[in-house]
Design a protein around this ligand. Sequence first.
Ligand SMILES: [Zn+2]
Length: 204
Amino acid sequence: MEMIYIVGLPHCGSTIYGMKLAHAYKGKALMLGEIDYVFNEDFGNNKYADEDTNMICSCNKNMKECSFWGDYFKQKFNSKDEKYNWVIERAKKKGYSIIINTHKFSLPLKTWKKHIKIKEVFYLYRDQMGWAMSSYNAELRSGKKPKNIIVHFILWGILNFLREQSLRRIIKDYKVVYINKKIILPEQKIEHHIAVSNRMKYSI
Ligand SMILES: [Zn+2]
């Protein structure tokens, strides 16, 4: 089992890029999305703020009833290591040899490296104006008073710099990918992908 790990800012196009990669590996790669959020102690219980939308798997079932994640919520884990291993074993049992993780923060990569061979790491740069617009719209949707679009435009540079630096401290060997509107979403079902953002309203 190997992992493809995607790092970048929120709204960088990681879901679309992860789907494209899964498509390229023709059934060998399982695109699980932001897996690490599932390990959050609050995830899956009623305390979690966005229970209704976050618990929906891309197979359209609630994660507690889905054929991939369902058992996860019935297990008693004694350590975080056991959780990592559970995901790897489950993917293996389902016949996959690659897991795609679109967590976007680089820190969990440090732990995954101890459990699974890292096949490739990608750092995604969304085009600056597209990213500023998406971030502005996300703030609007969340009901917050959005920051001026120019502020988002400037933040793109600062945040990308910091995030890429943090990735470099964990792994030196990664590929930079530029994402723009020309990237086409493949016609393909993604099986048990989870996204912690409100997926129903989320569009990049
Ligand atoms: Zn599912």
